[in-house]
Design a protein around this ligand. Structure first.
Ligand SMILES: [Zn+2]
Length: 234
């Protein structure tokens, strides 16, 4: 389903999909992206395929994974073992094991899950300042930043975009209770150039890098990344 530029600017077309969180009809907001106007959950119809992965995320992952391990040890000290679902290169596993947590990784599967376990989610958020700015620019016809946030055209594009509130509601709908949430770093200056320039033209990369370095203190005030911890109720 495609919308004209006029339609994208002025109205959101309702599509034949209900929001999986609040059962409200989803609205197409741009090309492959749709949004629930009630809880602001967003979905993309982009499919995984051939393409480059984002590079140079090690620095920001190091910072956020270290923070998550600290939260586990401080706030959920009974948790001694960690199951990293979607462990990819095993970066979190290494940091967790370095922090004396016994960590195991797997790609999504129902085995191994414990009924009394703690689910820790680490995601980008649609409430972040970068996402909101890119969303506005996309409506004005400048689409590259928004497509980049969804990793459109990369090997693993994002299919869902949550924020703390609608993720909490999704988990509550499935019997969980949120115990804790916190913003995380969305990016660090270290590694930023390679992360931007791995897929963007040189001059766009320079412009974006300068902007993100100068705005770093501002953009971390309303971060584009967060963590949330859930227990299964009873
Ligand atoms: Zn909704």
């Amino acid at each position: 389903m495609k919308s004209s530029p006029q339609q994208t600017l002025s109205t959101f077309a309702e599509i034949n999909i209900l929001c999986p969180i609040c059962a409200t009809p989803m609205h197409q907001v741009a090309e492959v992206y749709s949004m629930c106007k009630v809880c602001r959950y967003m979905i993309s119809s982009e499919q995984p395929g051939a393409g480059a992965e984002i590079v140079s995320l090690d620095a920001v992952k190091e910072k956020n994974f270290g923070f998550i391990c600290k939260i586990i040890k401080e706030k959920f000290s009974q948790a001694k073992t960690v199951l990293d679902v979607g462990s990819s290169t095993g970066h979190f596993l290494k940091i967790a094991n370095d922090e004396d947590l016994s960590a195991t990784g797997l790609e999504p599967a129902e085995d191994h899950l414990k009924l009394k376990g703690l689910a820790i989610i680490n995601l980008p958020t649609s409430d972040g300042l970068i996402f909101r700015t890119a969303f506005l620019l996309n409506k004005l016809g400048i689409k590259a930043p928004f497509n980049r946030l969804w990793q459109k055209g990369f090997a693993s594009p994002y299919v869902h975009y949550f924020n703390v509130q609608n993720l909490k509601r999704l988990f509550e709908n499935n019997g969980f209770v949120m115990q804790y949430s916190s913003p995380l770093y969305y990016y660090t200056i270290k590694g930023l150039w390679n992360r931007i320039s791995c897929k963007s033209p040189f001059f766009v990369s320079v412009f974006t890098w300068i902007g993100m370095v100068l705005l770093y203190p501002l953009l971390t005030l309303r971060s584009d990344c967060f963590m949330a911890c859930f227990f299964l109720d009873k």
